[in-house]
Design a protein around this ligand. Sequence first.
Ligand code: HEC
Ligand code: HEC
Length: 344
Amino acid sequence: MALAGSVALPVQAADAVTTSMEEISAQPKAKDAHYFTPRDLSKIPDGAFGDKIRRGYQLFVNTQQLKGRYLGNQLNCTNCHLDAGTKAYAAPMWAAYLAYPAFRKKDNRVNNFAERIQGCFNYSMNGKAPELGSPELVAMSAYSYWLLMGGLLDMYGMQDKPVPELSDAELQRGGRDESFVLPGPLADRVKMEGRERMPGRAFAALPAPPQAYSPQRGQQVYTEHCAICHGEQGEGRRMADVPVIPALWGGESYNWGAGMHRVNTAATFIYENMPLGKSVQLNVQQAWDVAAYMNSRERPQDPRFKGDVASTAKDFHASDQGYYGQTLDGAVLGSRAYPAGVQP
Ligand code: HEC
Ligand code: HEC
């Protein structure tokens, strides 16, 4: 598969970015909870509908095939939404699908599922999202829908029942809608109330750190537990020019508008999922400290940037737990943000 790494992204006006990353509150984790299991990928059906689902999976795990067109960094969706978007507490797609459409106070309107994906293209992938109705958004929505619906059918004893086919418009809408098709007994089981709270959705709540988090202490944690994979400069790792370990900061990482730039969101993700393979379990303090270190390094500019960091910080970062616009070691973070696609 050819990687179009050198193709420049279309320049994006600040007002063209309509969706943004709304903070999803982390859920307390039940110790022995049994989480939802999606249907095995080998069960994706043959035919046109199955092809759409397979295409969505393929885009999710190798999003780099869209580099330069819709995304500007070296990440793939699965780098954060682990195990191809199936892992509980790594913002799994099955739980997300059932949570949209959702009303967002921020822009005072309802966002459907595909619009939420657009948010991750604009911020997490530092790109310019595909249009609603595009084959890419339809395919990724179809994949997410299939993960959810296949798992629900299995859960209620309908292992042999195929996942009902939906139109492209229905696929992009999401499952939190009266019109969402729920076959057989599912109609009584999957109540509207609570669809946005499937156990395992988003991230597991993490207690506050015993001491205020510190980038300095975080640097030590980073050197000891992260640099071996993610690199001394957070640059990640490539093999045969294919990114194999994602960048954590610098020009090839998520931008200053992404959900992961918040220290609290990153801390919960890291505590639960890193170091990959969990050779060690970081303690709560270490997770917060290393998240603070990682998120106090420069990264691509917030696409809502209006020409100066102070007003962008005031408009979009006033209440988030991030470093954008703050002064650290004599430098204002965001003032030396990378333009899209520039290597660290
Ligand atoms: C750098 C990490 C990262 C990458 C890469 C990423 N995301 Fe996300 N995504 C997040 C975070 C963090 C959230 C939760 C946002 C929040 O709480 O602010 C999220 C939320 C979502 C949600 C909503 C989840 C829910 O439960 O409401 C969807 C859908 C989604 N992402 C899809 C995608 C897709 C599709 C891609 C690839 C095109 C992608 N993401 C790439 C970090 C990432
Ligand atoms: C054994 C190698 C390894 C170690 C050690 C490791 N990671 Fe990762 N990390 C990965 C890989 C690989 C991914 C992508 C996972 C995937 O695609 O399934 C990842 C993903 C991430 C992500 C989300 C993607 C992104 O670029 O933002 C963050 C954040 C992260 N790691 C932080 C850390 C931190 C902090 C540490 C140290 C506490 C750490 N990692 C240790 C291999 C590692």
